[in-house]
Design a protein around this ligand. Structure first.
Ligand code: 0RA
Length: 639
């Protein structure tokens, strides 16, 4: 990790001979390379970076408490009760080890710490980066009976390491003030940081993480005795579960620590979260593959052995055993390799069999010891298998009836003429009449239209055969061309922008949510790769003499009316897409030169998963509180 990163940064970089200041200056010159950005994300990254060091101590078994505080002057303190950063003079650097850790990129690992370095994939750069980007930073170490202190300014030591007292405790306290020469605003967000710290507490079950925001006098403490099993329980909180406690398996194979918790509910969707070194691997990877393979194998073996599956019946498939499954997989390893565009996929191939072994052991033992639970789980899988078979038959029947072959495009689809999918857009339009306007108004070279009639099916409440048998959903799947199921094949995607266009009213927003749920549950990859968008039709048209204006929100409308005051104005409210002429629809909502699209992004996989369930699941009460917060997962995009 150390060498690789250095080699990437500069060809002739040599860890021994480069001047330290050059290293930290490089960080100040191009902070984005080290912490991603210098906006709020980057700022939060500084906090996490220090917390990760404490978590490494916890993972190594030496720390059970860490406390984060944001002070009124926007400085931040992170305290832990780990071993404390070593302070002895290091022969190579000729400084204290502490100074080396604080001033040399990636020095932490060299000094014996950080076996299971928490890493955020792209970054994970160490305390020295935080030091370089802070106008002041102070470290206090309790170790070997003494309290040591060392202060820094923009990464440079101010004086020497001092002994300031005696103690019989150990630990590290780091206080830093992010440099406003680097960060334009020191705008820490309590909730965002809370969310991440909570996630970290779930992933490190012996660690108590507390967080105090002195600016607003808010605080929170996170400690989960059950770790990821508690997280699974929380996910299933509003769901009917098939067995009372999550099934928890853990173990260490060749220094890879593996933990898995699973609990089935009576729903039809899967919620699996995977982590490597506390990084949420949204794109999965070898740990997820190992888990899935063990789950399918163990359940089939159990079902066969106990005659729950007849000799003549085929095996349960991966899909069958994942209906209604909630699970969390967490692995910790010395050198995680993060792959893929988003660096959110675990690459290390050896991890597959390591996870497989732990899950197979833990799960089969649990099934043997709890035959009632095993029975309930297998029954559920058998129902899923039946539903899948029924869906296949329904599909075959429909294709046969209509004389169509699988893959034939839906009749309602108005295709575009361009053949390069990267250029092509598919509008999913609410209603036939708006669909008609869109067909007339579009640029038929690259814009295709698929009108959807009425409400689409709520996939959160329906078994798979219903979902795949639903006409509108089938039309979407065939129009997109990427298939569905285990792995939609995005290389076959016929449109790289899929744009949901619904009315700006309650029904419209419901249909939009149903579509989002469908994509989230069945084609998550499409969202991750940035293919899904939401069109923004206007709310009002203002006619001022010969000029006309469109406004897209109530606020914008009020502002525009104020601005145009004195003119003779005509205000028209659009209730639905169908009220606009094709030309108007093109101009306001479809023309790439003048439209606004919202890109759908998964901000936080943990939150997103619960959100979809709350919104679309059977429990009514939790639904209301969610709706206001929804816009969070949708960000503005300039096209
Ligand atoms: C290097 C080596 C060791 C621990 C640490 C760094 C360390 C860094 C931080 C940053 C915040 N809290 C921390 N706690 C520990 C290993 C120490 C040993 O072997 O005794």
């Amino acid at each position: 990790m150390l060498q690789e990163t250095n080699n990437n940064k500069s060809e002739d970089y040599n860890a021994e001979d480069i001047r330290i200041l050059d290293g930290l200056e490089a960080v100040r010159r191009r902070p984005g390379m080290y912490i991603g950005s210098t906006d709020q994300h980057g700022l939060h990254h500084l906090v996490y970076e220090i917390v990760y060091n404490s978590i490494d101590e916890a993972m190594a078994g030496y720390c059970d408490r860490t406390q984060v505080s944001i002070h009124e002057d926007n400085s931040v303190t992170v305290i832990d009760n780990g071993r404390g950063i070593p302070v002895d003079i290091h022969p190579v650097t000729n400084t204290s080890a502490l100074e080396a850790v604080m001033t040399r990129l990636h020095a932490g690992a060299k000094f014996g710490g950080h076996t299971y370095m928490v890493s955020s994939g792209l970054h994970g750069v160490g305390a020295s980066v935080v030091n370089a980007l802070s106008s002041r930073l102070e470290v206090e170490v309790k170790r070997q009976g003494k309290i040591y202190r060392h202060k820094y300014q923009q990464g440079t030591p101010l004086g020497d390491l001092e002994v300031i007292g005696n103690t019989n405790e150990t630990g590290t306290t780091i206080t830093f003030l992010a440099d406003t020469e680097i960060f334009s605003e020191l705008n820490y967000d309590f909730n965002t940081i809370c969310q991440r710290l909570k996630e970290l507490a779930y992933l490190n079950k012996n660690l108590e993480i507390s967080f105090k925001d002195e600016r607003v006098d808010q605080e929170a403490t996170f400690y989960f005795e059950g770790g990821i099993a508690s997280l699974v329980r929380r996910f299933n909180k509003d769901r009917q579960v098939l067995h009372p406690q999550p099934i928890y398996s853990s173990g260490t194979v060749n220094s890879t620590m593996v933990e898995v918790a699973v609990q089935y509910n009576d729903g039809f969707s899967e919620s699996t979260l995977s982590f490597a070194n506390c990084v949420n691997t949204i794109d999965g990877g070898s740990h997820l593959t190992g888990f899935r393979s063990a789950l399918t194998r163990v359940l089939n073996d159990y079902a066969r052995k106990n005659k729950l599956l007849k000799d003549t019946e085929p095996n349960l498939t991966g899909d069958d055993v994942r209906d209604g499954l909630t699970s969390v997989i967490s692995v910790k390893l010395a050198e995680p390799q993060f792959e893929g565009q988003t660096k959110a996929k675990l690459g290390n191939p050896e991890v597959k069999s390591q996870v497989e072994a732990i899950v197979a052991d833990g799960l089969s033992l649990h099934l043997e010891q709890h035959p009632d639970e095993a029975r309930a789980i297998i029954d559920k899988c058998l129902i899923a298998a039946k539903a899948r078979e029924a869906a296949r038959k329904a599909r075959d029947l429909i294709f046969k009836k209509s004389g169509l072959e699988a893959g034939t495009l839906p009749g309602k689809l108005a295709s575009c003429s361009e053949s390069d999918p990267r250029e092509c857009e598919l509008y999913l339009v609410e209603g036939d009449s708006a669909g008609g306007s869109a067909k007339q108004g579009r640029d038929r070279r690259f814009q295709a239209i698929l009108p959807l009639r009425g409400k689409i099916l709520n996939v959160e409440k329906a078994p798979k055969d219903k979902v795949l048998g639903h006409e509108e959903i089938r039309a979407i799947i065939t129009a997109l061309g990427a298939g569905i199921g285990e792995q939609p094949d995005l290389s076959k995607l016929r449109y790289h922008r899929i744009i949901i266009m619904t009315d700006a009213d309650v029904d419209g927003s419901h249909i939009r949510t149903l579509l989002l749920t469908f994509f989230y549950r069945n084609m998550m990859e499409l969202i991750i790769q940035g293919h899904l968008f939401i069109a923004q039709p206007p709310l009002y048209r203002i006619q001022a003499g010969k000029q006309q204006f469109w406004t897209y929100t109530e606020k914008e409308n009020e502002a525009k009316l104020k601005e145009l005051k004195g003119n003779k104005l005509q205000l028209q409210r659009y209730k639905g897409l169908g009220e606009m002429s094709p030309e108007q629809l093109w101009q306001t909502t479809m023309n790439p030169a003048s439209r606004t699209l919202l890109k759908v992004e998964i901000d936080d996989a943990m939150a997103a998963d619960r959100i979809f369930h709350i919104l679309m699941g059977n429990e009514v009460p939790p639904r209301k509180s969610f709706i206001q917060a929804h816009a969070r997962s949708v960000r503005n995009l300039d096209i």
